[in-house]
Design a protein around this ligand. Structure first.
Ligand SMILES: Cc1ncc(COP(=O)(O)O)c(C=O)c1O
Length: 284
């Protein structure tokens, strides 16, 4: 019987997906229609960090859905969004959280914030992005543009832009046209759980160190912003709350998703410094 469901990154002709038809989740296990329990070794693609159907999370979702299911954040706020934003900032050295629905959107937001930040501080020529080799940041147009895995993006040259491969050189750090350097910290999940040599981040850490000693709310005028994509690595997956901590980086922008809700809700966040946030304050 043909299905109305179209699966992502799956050849639907003769697909064997029906042999993985899960009807229930329980801790580390997915249970199919025949009662077989399968160990979810990929945590449903690095997402279910608390296991499936965790009773505490389920209970809180039910309670919240019955209290306030949704209210727009366009010119309005709510106590739950406020609390989540401040708890995320407390986990990092960042000061503001912008919410989206999935990881790729959090990356789009990060890239757009970077572009607009430079416009706001009078450097509109900073429009290019530098990314690691074998990077993956999602499947929307700008996220694909800073990704480097051909199979995911090769058909979409017409709706993507060129990004610059990262090299540990002063030219990258001081290029006047670079808006931001985007990196996955420690592990590149989509590249095959590829461990990135720690030395590769040395130059970025040195740049962060000099930022940390500079006056707070420094004018960020001489080097690109650092965007760290913690969507796959965040919330303890590499042993620390964020992989960034192990690398000693001080990102200007951090993207989180996946483990943020453990897959129970579509939610991601783009966290920024107060320097960036304040550059957006004005009359309109
Ligand atoms: C590092 C990284 N960034 C971004 C994404 C995109 O997240 P999403 O699939 O929620 O759009 C992923 C997804 O695997 C990822 O691993």
């Amino acid at each position: 019987m043909s299905s109305h469901l179209w699966l992502p990154f799956t050849q639907m002709q003769n697909s064997d997906a029906p042999s993985r038809n899960f009807v229930r989740g329980e801790g580390n296990y997915l249970i199919d229609g025949n009662g077989h329990r399968l160990f979810d070794a990929v945590s449903s693609i690095w997402t279910t960090i608390h296991g499936h159907c965790h009773p505490y999370i389920t209970e809180r979702i039910v309670k919240q859905a019955a209290t306030l299911d949704h209210s727009t954040l366009l010119g309005a706020t709510n106590p739950v969004a406020e609390e989540l934003a401040s708890r995320l900032c407390a986990l990092t050295d960042l000061e503001h959280a912008f919410f989206s629905g999935d990881g790729a959107s959090a990356v789009e937001v990060a890239l757009k914030i970077a572009i607009q930040y430079w416009q706001n501080v009078g450097q509109p020529r900073r429009t290019r992005f530098v990314r690691l080799a074998s990077s993956y940041h999602g499947d929307t147009a700008a996220a694909m543009s800073v990704s480097d895995i051909e199979v995911f993006k090769s058909r979409f040259g017409d709706i993507t832009f060129e990004s610059v491969p990262y090299a540990q050189t002063a030219e990258v750090m001081h290029a006047p046209h670079v808006a931001a350097i985007i990196v996955e910290p420690l592990v590149q999940a989509a590249a095959g759980i590829r461990l990135v040599p720690r030395e590769l981040y040395d130059m970025l850490r040195e740049a962060s160190d000099s930022d940390a000693t500079a006056v707070q709310n420094r004018p960020h005028d001489d080097k690109p912003l650092l965007i760290v994509d913690e969507i796959a690595t965040g919330f303890g997956r590499t042993g620390t709350m964020f992989a960034t901590e192990q690398l000693g980086l001080n990102p200007d922008i951090m993207c989180v998703g996946k483990g943020l809700t453990g897959g129970t809700l579509a939610l991601s966040a783009t966290l920024t410094t107060s320097d960036i946030y304040e550059a957006f304050l004005g009359k309109r």
